[in-house]
Structure formats: structure tokens, C-alpha cells
Design a protein around this ligand. Structure first.
Ligand code: AP5
Length: 210
């Protein structure tokens, strides 16, 4: 299974992918997390891209394509979270058979609120929300016990830029995958457990057909 999660910043791609990984063992490949790991490790790539990520701009297509392609090759069942994010990236992985693309549809206003309350752990980038998805122990990741913090690109200025870039560069992928008959819209406005239940039901049907 090769599943693509498409949607605006904060639409819940990472949250859903984490749940699917835990329940079904599909590998969660988060393009953003792979890039943030380069930054955390202080690699030459990380040093080059940190300013782009912090400001909410995309890294070059070729770079992210190379990084993600390596990861896709490692497992049979994968969830692509935040990749492809441009038509050029989608074209660059044309040789890989995508089974389904879920488009997480949620109004921009709701998403801005989600991002302002998001907290992530420093180790694995696990996602929480102060109100909608709090950790069991305040300020601590349930999964690896590390402290939670705010992402730099969740500050309002960077969020504004991320939306601008999303509309210009990622939204065209909706029509792109619709044309290929792969796109399924999911109402991502309800609370996390409801959205996950809907996604699960949809994917159960896709799995049964494989
Ligand atoms: P990335 O980390 O992928 O950022 P993003 O796409 O902006 O997505 P987010 O991680 O912000 O949101 P999400 O949709 O995963 O939502 P989440 O589940 O966290 O990328 C970061 C940067 O890396 C990019 O800006 C770019 O610079 C670079 N990059 C990445 N991929 C690239 C590519 N392909 N090409 C070029 N550059 C690339 O949820 C958000 C919050 O809401 C959380 O607090 C969560 O707990 C909460 N929440 C989730 N679901 C719900 C719900 N149903 N109701 C209420 N709250 C909810």
C-alpha cells in the first residue's frame, strides 16, 4: 500500500499517519520530519534548509524527492505525509504505484487554531494539541517521555507563508490526483478520533480490494 496524505498545514496528516502506523504497522514517512531531522543532526543539508523550513518555504524539489525515495524503498506499506507537495514532485515519482490519495479538507480558520495549540516532542516529532489532543502528562510526550515544545514554523508569520505556498504549489495536486482517479476527499474538521474512524473505514475498503 502506498498512501498519500494531502492537505493544508495542520490539517491532521501527521496525526492520522501516526495512528495508522501504530494500528496497521504501515511506515509513516513524514517529509517535514525527515527534513527537521537533518536540521537537528546539523548535517550540511540541514544547515542549508533550516532557514527555508523556519520561514515556511519549501525546500528544492530534487532534494526532497531523493530523500523520500530512499525511504519509500525500505517498506512495502507506506504513508506519505507531506509528499508529494508539488506537481513536479508527483511527476518525479511516477514510477511508484500510488494506491490512494486522501485529501484532508478543513477550513483555514480551524487549521490556524490547531497550529497555535500544537506541541511536538523533540525526539520523534509526535504531535499533540493543548486542547484537542493533550498528552497524558502535561508537557511530556506519551510515547517517548521527552519534553514537548512549539515548532518554530508554527509562529503566525510562518503559518501565513505556509498557507501562501500551499495554495500556490500544493493545491494543484488535488486536480492532478483527481484526474488520475486516486483522490478521495475526507472531512477533516471533526475531532481527531472521528476523522481517524472515517479514514480507517475508507482504507479498510481499499485494503480489501488489493
Ligand atoms: P510538515 O511538517 O509536513 O508541515 P505541514 O505540511 O505544514 O503539516 P503540519 O505538520 O504542520 O500539519 P499536519 O497536517 O501534519 O497536522 P498535524 O497532524 O500535525 O513540513 C514542514 C516544512 O518542511 C514545510 O513547510 C517545508 O518547509 C518542508 N517540507 C516538507 N515537505 C516538503 C516537500 N514535499 N517539499 C518541499 N518542502 C517540504 O495536526 C496539527 C495540530 O492539530 C496538532 O496539534 C494536532 O494534535 C491537532 N489536530 C490534528 N487533527 C485534529 C482534529 N481533527 N481536530 C483538532 N485538532 C487536530
Amino acid at each position: 500500500m502506498k498512501l498519500v496524505l494531502l492537505g493544508p498545514p495542520g490539517s491532521g496528516k501527521g496525526t492520522i499517519a501516526e495512528q495508522l502506523e501504530q494500528e496497521w504497522g504501515w511506515k509513516h514517512i513524514s517529509a517535514g520530519e525527515l527534513l527537521r531531522e537533518e536540521v537537528r543532526q546539523g548535517t550540511p543539508i540541514g544547515k542549508d534548509i533550516q532557514h527555508l523550513i523556519d520561514k515556511g518555504n519549501f525546500v528544492p524539489d530534487q532534494l526532497i524527492v531523493e530523500i523520500v525515495k530512499l525511504e519509500i524503498g525500505k517498506k512495502k506499506d507506506v504513508i506519505l505525509d507531506g509528499f508529494p507537495r508539488t506537481v513536479e514532485q508527483a511527476e518525479a515519482i511516477k514510477d511508484i504505484k500510488i494506491n490512494k490519495v486522501l485529501f484532508l479538507d478543513v477550513p483555514e480558520k480551524a487549521v490556524v487554531e490547531r497550529l497555535s495549540g500544537r506541541r511536538v516532542c523533540r525526539k520523534g516529532d509526535h504531535n499533540y494539541h493543548l486542547e484537542y489532543l493533550p498528552p497524558r502528562k502535561k508537557g511530556i510526550c506519551d510515547l517517548d517521555g521527552t519534553p514537548l515544545a512549539r515548532r518554530k514554523d508554527d509562529d503566525p508569520k510562518a503559518v501565513g507563508e505556509r498557507f501562501k505556498v500551499y495554495h500556490q504549489q500544493t493545491e494543484p495536486l488535488v486536480a492532478y490526483y483527481q484526474k488520475k482517479g486516486l483522490l478521495q476527499k475526507v472531512d477533516a474538521s471533526p475531532p481527531p478520533d472521528k476523522v481517524y474512524a472515517a479514514v480507517r473505514e475508507l482504507l479498510a475498503a481499499v485494503r480489501a480490494k488489493r
